[in-house]
Unconditional design. Structure first.
Length: 125
């Protein structure tokens, strides 16, 4: 599939609704970290074909979601550097350091998702 330069607002809104419904279920289940990890993967997947050039590599929330998803999938939930991204924990939504275990709570995921959707709207609409 080709890279996506733009996402229709309706698609972005559908993504927000998808995440909101599942986050409510996670909240009802007590905020289990493994379910929040799955939501990070779903959030990344919703916009998986986003064009890397348009996404940037400055450590923005989309980069952070990309790094978190890769770390959850392939590195046992430990935040791992991506050589194509200039990541600075002090500027990141979650503030995690490279090598730190990813342990999300509902509030942290809400901040991450809100920042991700805002960045998508800024860069891809």
């Amino acid at each position: 599939m080709l890279s996506t330069k733009t996402f229709p607002q309706e698609y972005i809104d559908d993504g927000r609704a998808f995440v909101a419904v599942r986050l409510a279920a996670v909240r009802d289940a007590g905020g289990a970290p493994e379910l929040l990890d799955a939501l990070v993967l779903a959030l990344d997947h919703w916009f998986v074909h986003r064009m890397r050039g348009a996404e940037g590599k400055d450590g923005n929330p989309l980069n952070e979601v990309r790094m978190l998803a890769a770390s959850i999938e392939r590195h046992g939930g430990v935040l791992t550097a991506d050589s194509t991204i200039t990541y600075r924990p002090e500027r990141a939504v979650l503030g995690l350091a490279i090598g730190e275990e990813i342990l999300l709570d509902v509030a942290a995921f809400e901040r991450l998702a809100a920042s991700c959707f805002a960045e998508i709207e800024t860069r891809f609409t």
